[in-house]
Design a protein around this ligand. Structure first.
Ligand code: ADP
Ligand code: MG
Length: 602
């Protein structure tokens, strides 16, 4: 039954508003930490009790607040960060709404001690359930300490929604870790029950911070990316294509230092990774996007976790291109200074120091029943290679001569032989390399087709006698409708009337076997629903994948020594060759360190 319309009392409205900002203890941690950073702190300590659900203390060495202004900080819409609406377009600070402190104080007890450097004494102020209980003079070092307790006591419903201590603590740590990634110059410590959970020293070297937050293996798994254009600048890291994850948890995006969840950036990254990673796998990615504040609206989400770009198209393109460039520059075969995981990546500057830092500082990652297993931050990936056997029908005998056969390529690889009819073994300077012959050849053909597609059609082989093939209606229609796209891959065909078409030529690297079943497969695999990521895979692209798969040497097919070496040398020329077009790994390496580990020599 509808009641009369009436204004709600203020304590109720602020509690309702608080619900948007303060969802759980982690939201309090986020707001307080951001306030400390806005105040220019270079050292912040976070103390959690009961996973942050009992109490949260944040101590900073920032500017502090003048005694006269301290009570104002707890008033709704009281902020020192903007004056006019237009200022929203130039904010560089995290806060600007003046909402956090009053919101927190409306659902908890907040005790603040604060002192500015020039003032001889500080201020202590206690606010509970929205009411100022006490304002007094207090001593203490310059900076601000916020102690938040009795969290959600006035809002039992919220309290009931809290999860286990471990989970809440994990969420708090997540918040801190994300902020920490964007602020390497700030020392950040988190303790719980008197023990260090996290201790991140201030550093000038972002790589050192990354390694402490994301794990020491992060550097070896990733390639650096960067780019600047049209007022947008991007720096960061993306994992090598064979080092992917099953969740998007490690896709971390920052816009002007602010962690955001952003579908546009996500899509740009995934699009750039297509044909390089397997379906339903995600790259680790750490992207810092910077632009003029006027280019991005940060005032579109209560917790400011989402933003809106003024020129989304450009942001998309910029991120996409930078990721693509980074992945293109990476080749799995040519390796200098072989790391245990192999691959050529530009090592982070200061990787040695990172190890040193790890020894000196602990980052204990306990607590947290997160969906993907528990370790906080980004767990280092173990090798997660799946052997890629033949999953292709074998009607078409491929033409290996597509690979230039010749003398020994000028590499330091020694061909040992083929195992299981599928894998080529090579000795490297310090270990062993295994190449999946089908996956490797498939990637090479795919890249060549793709390059050709841009300038000229691929060499095709005219059939001596054009072949007339009768096909079911659906498949026939698909092939005829897409005849021009097919031509780009070297297949020339025309309708022949009725339920038939005539095939005039096929790509040179395919040997014509049973043309009818080839066309049926083509129509079915390429024309059928794309299994996943439909939006990011074009018809032409699916065709190229199909062709390269058909053209590639099969698993369980003998390869001569020359062929094996030629394949390897061709692979070395393909920067994308870490994975096949289906995203499966092409090359697995065992460096000296891996072998030593396997034989328990260390
Ligand atoms: P906002 O951050 O949006 O301005 P808050 O409610 O979070 O709003 O904080 C209100 C004001 O209190 C801030 O504008 C700032 O002036 C002051 N303040 C809050 N926390 C701190 C801190 N740790 N150090 C210095 N000033 C602070
Ligand atoms: Mg704030």
């Amino acid at each position: 039954m509808p009641g009369t319309i009436h204004l709600l009392p203020e304590d109720l409205t602020s509690r309702i508003a608080a619900g948007e900002v303060v969802e759980r203890p982690a939201s309090i941690v986020k707001e307080l930490l951001e306030n400390s950073l806005d105040a220019g702190a270079t050292d912040v300590l976070v103390v959690l009790e009961g996973g942050g659900a009992v109490s949260i203390r944040v101590v900073d060495n920032g500017t502090g607040i003048d005694p006269g202004e301290a009570p104002l900080a707890f008033q709704r819409y009281a902020t020192s960060k903007i004056d006019r609406f237009e200022d929203l377009w130039s904010v560089r600070s995290f806060g600007f709404r003046g909402e956090a402190l009053p919101s927190i104080a409306s659902v908890a007890r907040v005790e603040m001690t604060t002192r500015t450097r020039p003032q001889p004494a500080g201020t202590r102020i206690v606010v509970q359930d929205g009411e100022i209980l006490e304002v007094s003079e207090a001593g203490g070092a310059p900076g601000t300490t916020l102690f938040v307790s009795r969290i959600f006591e006035a809002v039992p419903v919220r309290k009931k929604f809290l999860r286990s201590e471990k989970t809440e603590q994990g969420a708090c740590l997540d918040v801190v870790l994300r902020i920490a990634l964007a602020h390497p110059r700030v020392r950040i410590r988190v303790t719980a029950s008197g023990r260090d959970l996290l201790n991140l020293p201030a550093t000038e070297d972002p790589a050192e911070r990354n390694a402490l937050v994301l794990g020491p293996d992060f550097a070896g798994e990733c390639v650096a990316l960067s780019g600047a254009a049209g007022g947008l600048s991007l720096t960061g890291f993306i994992s090598r294509p064979e080092r992917t994850r099953s969740s998007t948890r490690q896709m971390l995006f920052f816009v002007n230092g602010r962690y955001v969840r952003d579908a546009l950036i996500h899509r740009a990254v995934m699009t750039a990774c297509r044909r390089r990673i397997e379906a339903r796998r995600y790259p680790s990615s750490l992207l810092f996007l910077d632009m003029a504040p006027a280019e991005v609206d940060v005032n579109v989400h209560p917790a400011k976790m989402e933003v809106r770009f003024r020129r989304p198209g450009e942001v998309f393109q910029h991120v996409h291109d930078a990721v693509e460039r980074a992945l293109s520059g990476y080749s799995p075969v040519i390796s200098e200074g072989s790391s245990p995981s192999g691959g050529t990546f530009r090592p982070f500057p200061g990787t040695g120091r990172v190890e040193e830092a790890l020894r000196r500082y602990m980052i204990r990652t306990e607590g947290g029943d997160t969906p993907d297993g528990g370790t906080r931050g980004i767990p280092p990936a173990g090798p997660s290679y799946r052997p890629s056997g033949s999953d292709r029908p074998a009607e078409y005998v491929p033409l290996v001569p597509e690979i230039p056969t010749g003398g020994e390529p000028g590499t330091a690889y020694e061909y040992i032989g083929q195992v299981a009819g599928t894998y080529l073994l090579f000795g490297t300077a310090d270990g062993l390399m295994i190449v999946d012959q089908h996956a490797a050849h498939e990637r090479i053909l795919y890249e060549r087709l793709r390059r050709r597609e841009r300038d000229r059609p691929p060499e095709s082989q005219q059939l001596l006698i054009p072949e007339v093939v009768a096909l079911p209606r659906k498949e026939l229609r698909f092939l005829v409708e897409n005849a021009s796209t097919l031509e780009e891959t070297g297949v020339f065909l025309e309708p022949f009337g009725g339920d038939a078409l005539v095939v005039k030529s096929l790509p040179a690297f395919l040997e014509a076997g049973d043309i009818r079943s080839f066309l049926l497969d083509l129509a079915e695999e390429v024309g059928g629903e794309a299994p996943s990521g439909k939006g990011i895979s074009t018809l032409r692209d699916r065709m190229l994948v199909f062709m390269s798969c058909r053209g590639a040497v099969k698993a369980r097919q003998d390869m001569s020594r020359q062929e094996a070496l030629a394949l390897l040398s061709a692979l070395g020329d393909e920067p994308q060759a870490a994975t096949c077009p289906h995203g499966r790994p092409v090359v697995v390496r065992f460096g000296a360190a891996d072998l030593e580990k396997l034989f328990h020599r260390r």
